[in-house]
Design a protein around this ligand. Structure first.
Ligand SMILES: NC(=O)c1ccc[n+]([C@@H]2O[C@H](COP(=O)([O-])OP(=O)(O)OC[C@H]3O[C@@H](n4cnc5c(N)ncnc54)[C@H](O)[C@@H]3O)[C@@H](O)[C@H]2O)c1
Length: 436
């Protein structure tokens, strides 16, 4: 029989509850959710009810929760800047940890955590979920076959989507670098991690440009209000909270799939709606009330945001491979597109248009379907192309003593790339990723 590991969750919000907790709960032959900790009683309440956790195992005080070890493993899914202190304390208590990304936007904290892990010896698995998503795993397998020869350069775009940019990075948790992280870590942590993984090399130098190009006061339309509910453009502005969260839609946010009224209502119970509104079930009235009294109803041109809405990073890896990463909030659909240009062929992946193209020069082209590759994972959970549930499954393997594809050191590499890119963007100079 399988060993069942007990797991506690600190930070029971969107990720802690919906991405991990939900999957731990479903994998009953592998995990038992033991304790919950969150400073927001509403979040605790939702998780407690969903998984039937007794009151005495629910903590509103992280200090109280962290007084002793309460389970085999701990999920840390609070906000970016608070991860490291909690993780070090958890390692000290003897936990194995599933740690949300970004680990931290503070460089010294990366090293502090690495030292603590060496000292206390627990496992720290960073939630670079795309490493576990089947289509992204397939790309690595294709590159490893050598079919396209030696990879020379990589062209990569992270399409954030206009509504996700407005929701998370203009109005939401990640609108302020000081409160959470710079955009390149908040949104592109996975891209940087995958780039160094696919390049199979550490990154040497980066150069980056980017800025807040659109979501700023000078672009506010004439006569617009500072909140959507009192704005004359409430029904016309594409970024209007009323349009994003309440309007009936006949297509999904994520893709051009027709939505019936029933599907639209069902869709509105999930992300991003369930972040704006913590009532259940979510109704047009409840979500309207929620945006009207929170940051989610602020005018996107006056939201006190400082994280960029577009950024390009040019990279040179130690093995000579070059890459460019474009992150932009100005896209219709979310998803990644990338091409690996090799000496003997190309591999291209386009998540939204659902294909991986493998071309071998002079020989022909083969296509794979991204959705088909994700099929088995998607039976369980959609998050991150099946990556969320696959990560939870691999975390189980890690707890059983198996080595995973990635380590804390490798995860830290992608953070060093992001921090160097941010330094470059601000200084205008190319920056080395590692100290000389
Ligand atoms: N792996 C991914 O792809 C991915 C995607 C989105 C977000 N994230 C990361 O996941 C983390 C959580 O993001 P989220 O979207 O769930 O945000 P969220 O705001 O929905 O959830 C965070 C939760 O932490 C709680 N919290 C805050 N401070 C706390 C503390 N000191 N102790 C205990 N609980 C505390 C909040 O009340 C909230 O419920 C962030 O670091 C974010 O950057 C990762």
């Amino acid at each position: 029989m399988n060993k069942i590991f007990t797991v506690s969750i600190l930070g029971c919000g969107s990720r802690g509850r919906e991405a991990y907790g939900k999957n731990f709960y479903l994998l009953k032959d592998k995990f038992k959710i033991e304790c919950l900790c969150d400073i927001n009683p509403k979040q605790i309440d939702l998780a407690k009810k969903a998984w039937d956790i007794p009151d005495e195992n629910c903590f509103l005080s992280p200090e109280e929760f962290l007084k002793e070890k309460r389970s085999d493993a701990l999920v840390i899914a609070n906000q970016d800047r608070d991860h490291v202190d909690v993780c070090i304390r958890a390692l000290e208590l003897g936990y194995d940890v599933l740690l949300e990304k970004p680990i931290t936007p503070i460089e010294e904290d990366l090293y502090r955590l690495l030292e603590a892990q060496k000292k206390y010896g627990g496992k720290v698995v960073v939630c670079h979920v795309l490493r576990y998503a089947p289509a992204f795993v397939k790309i690595k397998e294709i590159l490893n076959t050598g079919k396209i020869g030696k990879v020379v350069c990589i062209d990569w775009i992270e399409q954030v989507a206009y509504w996700h940019q407005a929701h998370s990075f203009v109005r939401g948790n990640w609108h302020s670098e000081e409160e959470t992280s710079p955009m390149i870590l908040a949104k592109c942590c996975h891209d940087l991690d995958l780039l160094q993984y696919y390049a199979d090399s550490k990154c040497d130098t980066v150069y980056s440009v980017g800025d807040v190009s659109f979501f700023k006061p000078e672009n506010k339309p004439e006569g617009a209000s500072d909140r959507c509910q009192t704005c004359k453009y409430i029904n016309d502005c594409v970024y209007s909270a009323e349009r994003l969260y309440c309007a009936k839609r006949d297509y999904d946010f994520d893709r051009l799939e027709p939505l019936t009224k029933e599907k639209d209502d069902e869709r509105k119970q999930g992300w991003p709606f369930n972040v704006v509104d913590l009532s259940r079930p979510i109704t047009d009235e409840s979500i309207r009330k929620a945006y009207e009294s929170s940051n989610y109803g602020k005018c996107v041109f006056e939201a006190d945001n400082d994280v960029v809405d577009n950024q390009t990073v040019v990279m040179k890896f130690e093995n000579g491979i070059t890459a460019n990463l474009v992150m932009t909030g100005f896209t219709q659909f979310p998803g990644r597109k990338m091409t690996f240009h090799g000496t003997h062929g190309e591999v291209e992946m386009d998540e939204e248009n659902d294909y991986i193209r493998i071309s071998v020069y002079g020989k022909g082209t083969e296509f794979l379907s991204v959705k088909e590759l994700m099929r088995d994972a998607l039976k369980e959970d959609f998050g991150h192309g099946g990556g969320d549930v696959m990560l939870v499954r691999d975390f189980y393997k890690a707890l059983c003593g198996e080595e995973l594809e990635t380590s804390l050191e490798r995860s830290i590499e992608s953070h060093l790339m992001g921090l160097a890119a941010e330094k470059s963007r601000k200084s205008g100079n190319a920056c080395k990723v590692h100290k000389e």
